[in-house]
Write a protein that binds this ligand. Structure first.
Ligand code: GTP
Length: 244
């Protein structure tokens, strides 16, 4: 598997392309939220940026620009329909200061994987915004999320009666793009700490998860940037679909 040399300094540009630059932070547009009377239950948006990006040589994937905009700004635009948005990230939160968001670190150490970030988000919602019964998670390396992500995940959960919903494309599930009930946080903590569970999909299957997909879109909205070649594919997609 091609990887960037681990000797690369954190946050450098992926190889094989011109430096994408760290575009200046873009303040998220005022989150409109579903609004009073909306059929969409109150939801906290959670950007998952707690990973190490080892396959890109380290750094913050969300601060890389795709199509001239940081991936993080793109993700935040898609989460603007949520009632509040926080960022899960480890290390110095100052690097995200320009976004004006609460930054919440994992409280489970040793890189327990994305479930540690989801748990941090569920705990934050329970303690800081108990009016929000759901969390919508989205990874900071997914530049082309669908505009109706929040609405469609809630709709598929409601229609199937399942407590969890996640995104799918090309016959695959994307369990980190998902809707989580805050009420399941204690069960998740037990699974991660007592059982050492790391697989997101495995935990979801215990409770029941509905999958929503977007077959109508002319591109995969869940393309994520893990390796340098993903970055090139994302730039091509951004050029071909400026609306994405
Ligand atoms: N909070 C938290 N999030 C994580 C952790 N590991 C991965 N993630 C997040 O989970 C999502 C999927 O991560 P991956 O692409 O598998 O891992 P990554 O660390 O970003 O990249 P690699 O190191 O190259 O695997 C991303 O949103 C990551 O930020 C972790 O230990 N803690």
């Amino acid at each position: 598997m091609p990887t960037q040399p681990t000797s690369s300094p954190p946050g450098r540009s992926p190889p094989g392309r011109s430096p994408p630059g760290r575009s200046p932070p873009v303040s998220p547009s005022p989150a409109p939220g579903p609004g009073p009377g909306s059929a969409i239950p109150p939801t906290l948006g959670l950007v998952l940026a707690g990973g190490r990006a080892m396959r890109l040589g380290g750094g913050d994937k969300g601060l890389l620009a795709v199509g001239g905009r940081p991936i993080l700004a793109r993700v935040l635009a898609r989460l603007a329909a949520c009632d509040a948005v926080i960022l899960n990230a480890n290390g110095d939160p100052a690097r995200f200061a320009g976004y004006g968001l609460p930054v919440v670190a994992d409280d489970i150490q040793n890189f327990a994987g994305p479930l540690a970030g989801v748990l941090a988000g569920l705990d934050w919602a329970a303690t800081q915004r108990p009016d929000l019964a759901h969390v919508l998670s989205a990874p900071a390396d997914c530049p082309f999320l669908p505009a109706d992500l929040l609405a469609r995940l809630h709709a598929v959960a409601r229609d199937t009666g399942r407590p969890l919903a996640c995104a799918g494309s090309g016959g695959r599930r994307h369990p980190v793009v998902a809707l989580w009930p805050v009420a399941l946080r204690h069960d998740l903590r037990r699974a991660v700490i007592d059982e050492g569970l790391h697989k997101v999909g495995a935990w979801m299957d215990r409770h029941g998860v509905a999958v929503a997909d977007w077959p109508d879109l002319p591109f995969d909205p869940f393309l994520n940037v893990n390796m340098p070649e993903d970055f090139s594919a994302a730039e091509r997609l951004a050029a071909a679909h400026p609306e994405a």
